[in-house]
Design a protein around this ligand. Structure first.
Ligand code: T46
Length: 139
């Protein structure tokens, strides 16, 4: 895996195919998002007030989409801190590489789906904020 520099893109919009039956969003790797998808996971059954994440990735690229309900994503690239509200199943947040992230304020019954560029690899995680700051300062 190549190291990549941290990047955040808010408001990645996916086309909604709607008709009288309802709505459908399709996400195609390398067409609608800039990477091949090797893994999909989702976070649900969220307990009110819980905050999770608290890590960065060295290389992983991910798109986060709250397909039901809402949640907030705190991101920190070492210089700039941002909050992104995800509350629309047709809008994603792209996070690439070493960006600190925390997910919080999940609404009841919210479902956060994540499309990831790589298989699960604990060695790609930086779970200590000071080590994250040190890691990006070396890049
Ligand atoms: C991220 C944010 C948005 C696996 O076994 N396979 C997986 O693919 C994942 C993602 C997790 N796990 C295991 C590892 C832990 O025992 O599931 C448990 C919970 O994972 P974690 O504490 O890392 O979950 P979050 O919500 O803090 O972070 C997750 C992702 O891990 C992370 O990549 O960017 O969601």
């Amino acid at each position: 895996m190549n190291k990549c520099t941290g990047k955040i893109v808010q408001n990645v919009r996916f086309k909604i195919h709607g008709d009288e039956r309802g709505k459908l969003v399709a996400i195609q790797a390398k067409l609608d998002i800039p990477f091949e998808v090797k893994r999909v996971y989702y976070i649900f059954g969220n307990i009110p007030g819980v905050r999770r994440g608290f890590h960065a990735h060295k290389s992983l690229k991910q798109i986060l989409i709250c397909v039901s309900g809402s949640c907030e994503i705190f991101t920190d690239d070492g210089t700039q801190k941002n909050e992104t509200l995800l509350n629309d199943p047709s809008i994603g947040l792209l996070i690439e590489g070493p960006i600190w992230r925390e997910m919080h304020d999940f609404s009841p019954n919210s479902v956060l789906i994540v499309l990831a560029s790589e298989y699960y690899d604990e060695s790609d995680y930086i779970r200590d904020y000071n080590k994250f700051v040190e890691y990006i300062s070396r890049k």
